[in-house]
Design a protein around this ligand. Structure first.
Ligand SMILES: C[S@@+](CC[C@H](N)C(=O)[O-])C[C@H]1O[C@@H](n2cnc3c(N)ncnc32)[C@H](O)[C@@H]1O
Length: 245
């Protein structure tokens, strides 16, 4: 660092160098991939809670989301796939800390006990729940109305088949504001061994990453932010952090 350099700029530069180093380290890549694969039989992503609600995520992805939300400062976060509400509460709590923003969660099946717990949660004041398929026309229209005129960030984490994510991208990516993100979770399914989810309709060749590939080919206004996945190394969303130019 030069003596006259702004320390904040210098720190950002040093992190950028770290990230470049990680991108060029095949051993770290291999070990991170192996770690993730070994974590799956342990159902590792189910181990965590945020402010009491189960959060079905890897911690590294959530820290990346925190950095994105702070940088983007969206007015509205749209998330498909609520489950127990942990990620909704997480994003809402960050909005609360920032003093800005709200979250709309969409799920085809909001179980009564989950709804009751989310509605009773102190972060519920920043949350709207929508029950229905994320690709149903009335649900999409409702979210479009909520998003009108707002700075929007989208998170897709519902049904992980190619067709469903393709349709979600068609419905929700246009809402994403320039400079903001559409984060597509579970793109990692494409990189895992075939047949890992025998009771699910998704597999290698039919998953969020195949939908993202198709989407990006037709939407040059979105790019994969490869710095994020290099930075965190362990992620269920490789190639899924899409930034709108
Ligand atoms: C992986 S979980 C969501 C996890 C949650 N985002 C979290 O981080 O804790 C997937 C959720 O998607 C929902 N889902 C499945 N198909 C859907 C659809 N067509 N539309 C909306 N939600 C759907 C399921 O009911 C389930 O609750």
């Amino acid at each position: 660092m030069h003596e006259d350099q702004d320390p904040e700029a210098a720190f950002r530069e040093s992190v950028a160098r770290n990230v470049d180093g990680l991108k060029q380290d095949p051993s770290m890549r291999r070990q991170s991939d192996e770690w993730l694969l070994n974590s799956l039989p342990h159902r590792y992503s189910y181990n965590f809670r945020w402010m009491g609600r189960p959060l079905i995520q890897y911690p590294q992805d959530m820290l990346a989301m925190q950095e994105i939300l702070w940088d983007v400062r969206p007015d509205l976060i749209v998330e498909t796939g609520i489950a127990h509400g942990g990620s909704l509460v997480y994003y809402a709590s960050l909005c609360e800390l920032m003093g800005h923003g709200e979250v709309v969660g969409i799920d085809i099946d909001i179980r009564a006990h989950n709804r009751a717990a989310i509605e009773a949660h102190p972060m519920f004041r920043r949350i709207t729940l929508v029950e229905g398929s994320s690709t149903a026309a009335d649900v999409v229209a409702q979210v479009q109305r909520m998003a009108a005129g707002k700075k929007v960030l989208v998170v897709l984490d519902s049904n992980h088949t190619h067709d469903h994510v393709r349709d979600e991208l068609a419905a929700y990516a246009p809402l994403v504001s320039p400079g903001s993100y559409c984060v597509v979770f579970d793109t990692v399914i494409e990189d895992l061994p075939r047949g890992l989810y025998p009771d699910r309709p998704w597999d290698v060749g039919n998953n969020p990453k195949t939908a993202v590939r198709e989407f990006l080919a037709a939407h040059p206004e979105f790019v994969v932010d490869t710095d994020i996945e290099a930075k965190i190394q362990i992620t269920v969303a490789p190639g899924g952090y899409l930034r709108r130019l």
